[in-house]
Design a protein around this ligand. Structure first.
Ligand SMILES: Cc1ncc(COP(=O)(O)O)c(C=O)c1O
Length: 246
């Protein structure tokens, strides 16, 4: 049995703090659990936050299976280059199973990723963060103006927005309404929650060229802050980020 931790998280953009990870570590020790971590967005952390790997907490290092990859950092989704870090005794067993389902990433692609890891300077990662923060802030501002209150992400590149103002019984119907009206695609919240917890959420992705983000923002704004379905007015101050959207 284990606890699954995704930091920075998809879809919420949550970045777990040291205190939160230590609380998770204490629970894992008390109940003798593995910790599986997905850290694929580790370089996408904003506003001066630091990514902290649960496996770096000494008390739980030998029970933590860290899983990550380079598809997001180097924009190479589809290359299927990932990795896992864990204690030797788990690694051997993971290797047996992995061999049955995947075998090996193509060697030339591994060489390319290795060159990226070795040669890209810190400025590459800084530029990555800066450009994604800019896109995050633009999209959050537009969502707030459209009356879709964004939960401003601390990391990763998704925004969960409150879509309660949109017509539709389910998040899927709301996503389809938005798509038809503005041609902006989102993922229905129901994809990420148990029961009906996600019905009022839509997830937006801002891993797009800045020109596309600008166009999406323009289209979202065209929706207007007034709720066409109920006549209720929502204001940009609905946004919680306290930055440009406030
Ligand atoms: C949290 C998380 N982990 C892993 C992946 C998988 O990434 P890939 O299959 O591109 O390596 C994704 C992709 O969206 C993700 O959001």
């Amino acid at each position: 049995k284990g606890i699954m931790v995704c930091t920075p998280a998809n879809p919420s953009g949550k970045v777990f703090s040291r205190e939160e990870l230590e609380a998770i570590a204490a629970a894992a020790l008390e109940h003798d659990l593995f910790i599986f971590t997905d850290e694929i967005y580790e370089y996408f952390v904003y506003d001066g936050r630091q990514h902290l790997s649960p496996g770096a907490i000494p008390e739980i290092a030998d029970r933590t299976i860290t899983i990550s990859g380079y598809s997001k950092t180097f924009s190479i989704t589809g290359w299927r280059i990932g990795y896992s870090v864990c204690h030797r005794r788990w690694a051997e067993m993971i290797g047996y199973v992995n061999d049955l389902v995947y075998v090996c990433a193509p060697a030339p692609l591994q060489v390319g990723v290795a060159a990226g890891i070795e040669q890209l300077p810190e400025s590459f990662y800084q530029h990555l963060r800066d450009s994604f923060v800019r896109k995050r802030d633009k999209l959050c501002a537009a969502l707030a103006e459209a009356g879709l209150k964004p939960y401003v992400p601390q990391g990763a590149y998704y925004i969960l927005a409150d879509a309660s103002r949109l017509p539709g019984r389910t998040s899927k119907e709301k996503a389809m309404y938005l798509l038809e009206k503005t041609k902006v695609a989102s993922v229905p919240g129901e994809a990420f929650f148990h029961d009906d917890g996600g019905e009022n959420f839509l997830r937006f992705c801002y891993a797009k060229p800045e020109a596309d983000i600008d166009e999406a923002c323009r289209r979202l704004r065209s929706l207007g802050g007034a709720n066409s379905a109920t006549g209720r007015r929502t204001s940009p101050s609905a946004c919680r980020c306290g930055r440009k959207c406030a």
